[in-house]
Design a protein around this ligand. Structure first.
Ligand code: B4P
Length: 189
């Protein structure tokens, strides 16, 4: 069963490429960012809590995020694999995901690291902020998100290298070229 972690800094193309992978391989898709934004839109208690962190460019606390992930994961009743988009973002989340999959006799198949230079990330996110009005896509919050990425999320690169699951992907270029590199990595599993 294919269980893919799609990884990268904010704006690296995780959500964009996940949609294409889902279409090609027919996987289930969990985007933790989308789950949180839906909660915010619906005005739930969880949404109110999440908004406080997202607006500050901070991560939602691990215990909360891990519970959310597990409940979405358990809602999939078919045997299709899953693309994990935006999760894990900390070592504690990676360990929780590993244990959750082991308990179901599964494992992460590959971690795809979309590598994009910082100036390009900034350009993309500022553009998305203007086009979509997403509240966390403004220069000040993007800088905080990038700092959080470097301190809390980037250490997962070495973590997945040790697990022998790491795959580098050049995230700069046309959507199609990037997808082709991803498909090649998945097909070689
Ligand atoms: P996310 O929704 O995951 O936001 P993101 O990192 O900005 O990535 P996203 O997938 O949306 O953007 P993409 O790179 O596809 O998270 C938002 C917030 O939720 C986090 O900051 C955090 O607070 C919270 N959160 C989520 N998961 C969490 C977790 N596990 N633990 C704790 N907190 C969590 O695309 C960006 C833009 O680039 C788009 O406009 C796209 O069109 C464009 N683009 C993509 N590919 C391109 C290309 N090749 N060329 C040019 N533009 C491209």
């Amino acid at each position: 069963m294919l269980n893919i972690v799609i990884f990268g800094a904010p704006g690296s193309g995780k959500g964009t490429q996940s949609e294409r992978i889902v279409e090609k391989y027919g996987l289930n898709h969990i985007s933790t960012g989308d789950v949180l934004r839906a909660e915010i839109k619906n005005g739930t208690e969880l949404g109110k809590t999440a908004k406080g962190y997202i607006d500050q460019g901070q991560l939602i606390p691990d215990e909360l995020m891990i519970d959310i992930l597990a409940s979405v994961f358990d809602s999939f009743t078919d045997s299709k694999g899953v693309i994990f988009d935006g999760f894990p973002r900390t070592i504690a989340q990676a360990e929780a995901l590993k244990n959750m999959l082991i308990a179901r006799k599964q494992d992460v198949s590959v971690m795809l690291d979309l590598d994009v230079p910082e100036e390009e990330l900034m350009t993309r996110l500022i553009k998305r902020g203007k086009d979509s009005g997403r509240a966390d896509d403004n220069e000040e919050t993007i800088k905080k998100r990038l700092a959080v990425y470097h301190s809390q999320t980037a250490p997962l690169i070495d973590w997945y290298k040790k697990e022998n699951k790491y795959q580098h992907i050049n995230g700069l270029g046309s959507l199609e070229d990037i997808s082709q590199e991803i498909y090649k990595a998945i097909d070689s599993l």
